[in-house]
Design a binder for this molecule. Sequence first.
Ligand SMILES: Cc1cc2nc3c(=O)[nH]c(=O)nc-3n(C[C@H](O)[C@H](O)[C@H](O)COP(=O)(O)OP(=O)(O)OC[C@H]3O[C@@H](n4cnc5c(N)ncnc54)[C@H](O)[C@@H]3O)c2cc1C
Length: 441
Amino acid sequence: MTYPDSHYAATRSDDAVRPPLNGEHEVEVCVVGGGLAGLNTALGLAERGISTILIEAERVGFGASGRNGGFVGPGYSQDTDWLVERVGMDHTRALCDLTLSALDVIRERIEQHAIACGPNTPGILVSSWTDDPDGMRRYSDGMKQQFGLDLEFVPRERVANEFANSPCYFDGIYNKTSFQFHPLNYCLGIARAAEAAGASIHEGTPLVCLEVEGPQKQIVTPHALIRARHVVLACGGYGLGVLPDISGAVLPVATHVMTTKPIADDVLGTAIRQRICLADTRGAGDYYRALPDGRIVWGGRMTASTTPPPSLARDMLGDLVKVYPQLADHAVVESAWTGTMSYARHKMPQIGQLREGVWYAQAFGGSGMGTTTVAGELLSSAIAQGDDRYRLFEPFGLDWAGGPFGRVVAQATYWSYQMRDALTARKDRKKRASTVRQKTA
Ligand SMILES: Cc1cc2nc3c(=O)[nH]c(=O)nc-3n(C[C@H](O)[C@H](O)[C@H](O)COP(=O)(O)OP(=O)(O)OC[C@H]3O[C@@H](n4cnc5c(N)ncnc54)[C@H](O)[C@@H]3O)c2cc1C
């Protein structure tokens, strides 16, 4: 029952251990999983006066929610063109609005519950890995007009001078709605808020058996039996086998984060000009941010195997130096770790009800901070007040994710992204080099 060795675990705001649950209990709702999907649901339920027990196999925020890049932004892992084609423009707008409102909820909760999860600096710049200014402009204009997102096209000179000085980047898109946080400290803050509102949270309490027949569900853990009218399964990529209809609908996909030791301001500033969230446009690119003390939190790569590769720290440092060669002699890895996300084949969250009283919230992919907040709000208001907005997610059902075969496909897809990105980037860099040669000839 310990956190993985990470920068977040080393700088967590409190270390209160919540004892495992013992004995028999009767409650309105049992939430399984202490990541942000489960914690947000427990908080939403407790705020609405519903008696709730949350059980977590390990520690609060032990999974992806306490290990991630800390980017808090609107939208989903699936892109909006796909969504419009699948469910139409109005439905897509309603889905996007949910994630925009979720960012307000997160900001309000940080303030209302005094959650020390800074820095919460606003802004994300996504830089293009390829030479496509027209495409970038079209994308930012389209998202502004159709979904009201506050995006700004940033030409390449400004990207290099004001945001991120890398030979890999071309133009960028800046979004000031997004912001950042310390994800584990945010989880711990939400857990405390849920407890203050009346929820009971137990760590070291895995669900081992679930009986869902009849109006009263039975949730069995090693030392407790909980009877509840509702059970919410929110086990992310860590809960394989809990209920096959639900757990079989997601693929666990690993991704990785490292932090460097602090880098002096004058050196860091030659590369990272602003301490906002930074990322690139590749299918599975880098995402990173510099902290106030000069550390860089650097995320990237995806693997179908969920065990950290032995060369993780070296690989991640190699990725950083490729983007910022000027930091080669200055960046030293302090810690590197792996987390598991859950993905559905359709890349949208799965939020819904399998049968009377059996709810699920999973498959938040790589954009889970806003979307787990959406899930918590929708499921708690569905259970407490009969709100049926969760049905907006009905088109994205519990399709079987393919088991071990699905993992092979996921890994192959990632490698194909890498190859395509590398080929395009090589072509664009050759083009840029020849333009520079012509200009200087
Ligand atoms: C390295 C990494 C970087 C990422 N970066 C970002 C980012 O910058 N921004 C962003 O928006 N998203 C990011 N994501 C995605 C985001 O973190 C996830 O989508 C989100 O945290 C998922 O939340 P969750 O509650 O569904 O799952 P988790 O946080 O994984 O929580 C599931 C919990 O369920 C528990 N559990 C499992 N089985 C049982 C059981 N049988 N009984 C009891 N408990 C159980 C687990 O122990 C775990 O604590 C990243 C993910 C990773 C891994």
